[in-house]
Design a protein around this ligand. Structure first.
Ligand code: NAP
Length: 304
């Protein structure tokens, strides 16, 4: 796989994707994003493809927002099996997909495209990936947790909120900076899934009250991506009985995780979610179990 450049252009998918067909092995999977050069997905997926003996590779393609519809249209003629979507395409792709799963509709976004008989199918593995990560990290299924989701009406937050509702977690509280967005999502979920859910603002008072009635706190805000970011939670609210999952996968310890550790609470960062959402994508493309440990090791080395 040494002959692939770091990042391809969206135009490379035109003309039947000749450039991708000529690679050895040919590229038939990609991540679309802008920016995309930083994506950890290629090493993780390529390690899986080698282990599974699929004679194809997964590459990065820089797709600008305005190029997305055409890039998606060209996937099939370029002989691609599918693609991963990252910022800024997860929500924007929905109108250009032939068939979107019910879950992804509710999540309002897709991160996975699979091409079957020339048609584009859309899925969201962020919600199920978080669910698998929670079970791996804490040994308790998502459906048994009373959950507080910080940034619950953002892109990843919405997927996680819907996942909790689909699995039937006993209670879910969305805390969103823009409270109106949280209220709208809560209302939508109540209408579609008949699931009790509440929405609160991200104020010290509301968060303090919410923390008394939840077991699991999930951070789905980007706070923590930069080393000097503050925690999304005020000091002193986490107790040793809480479980804290930070979806941020910066590699380092976020301020939220430091707060959890000093309170004696069990906690984990977003690496496991990244791994599980990728493993679920592999299964959607090949209809076989993903080689999880190989993907885990590849992801670890790529981030070392
Ligand atoms: P997004 O769509 O932009 O949503 C961001 C959310 O965070 C919104 O709810 C936003 O509130 C809130 N927010 C942003 N800045 C904030 C601040 N300073 N204080 C309080 N709330 C703030 O972003 P996204 O794509 O969902 O990504 C969110 C995080 O999830 C990122 O850290 C990303 O790395 C992580 N993620 C991890 C994985 C994984 O596999 N581990 C997968 C996907 C995403 P408003 O609605 O009020 O703007």
């Amino acid at each position: 796989m040494s002959n692939a450049p770091e990042v391809f252009a969206s135009q490379d998918l035109t003309g039947g994707g000749e450039i991708f067909r000529k690679l050895n092995p040919p590229a038939r999977l990609a991540v679309f994003g802008d920016p995309v050069a930083h994506s950890a997905s290629p090493p993780m997926h390529n390690a899986a493809l080698r282990e599974q003996n699929h004679q194809l590779q997964y590459v990065r393609i820089l797709v600008r927002a305005e190029e997305l519809p055409e890039a998606l249209r060209n996937l099939s003629s370029a002989d691609f099996i599918g693609a991963s979507l990252t910022i800024p395409h997860k929500q924007a792709a929905l109108p250009f997909i032939d068939q979107v799963s019910r879950e992804s509709h509710l999540m309002g976004a897709i991160n996975t495209v699979a091409i079957r008989d020339g048609k584009l199918y859309g899925f969201n593995t962020d919600g199920p990936g978080l669910s698998a990560a929670i079970f791996e990290e804490f040994g308790i299924p998502l459906k048994e947790h009373r959950v507080l989701i910080l940034g619950g009406a953002g892109g990843a937050g919405r997927a996680i909120t819907v996942q909790c509702a689909l699995e039937g977690s006993p209670s879910v509280i969305i805390a969103n900076r823009n409270k109106e967005k949280g209220d709208l999502l809560a209302q939508e979920i109540q209408e579609h899934l008949d699931f009790p859910i509440s929405s609160i603002p991200m104020t010290s008072e509301s968060l303090g009250l919410a923390m008394k009635s939840v077991d699991l706190i999930v951070n789905a805000t980007p706070l923590g991506m930069k080393a000097d970011d503050p925690s999304p939670l005020p000091e002193g609210l986490i107790t040793k009985d809480h479980l804290v999952y930070d979806t941020v996968y910066s590699g380092g310890e976020t301020t939220l995780l430091r707060q959890a550790l000093s309170a004696g609470a069990r906690c984990a960062g977003g690496f496991s979610m990244l791994l599980h959402q990728g493993a679920l994508q592999n299964t959607l493309w090949f209809n076989e179990l993903a080689p999880m440990e190989t993907m885990r090791e590849a992801l670890k080395s790529s981030r070392a």
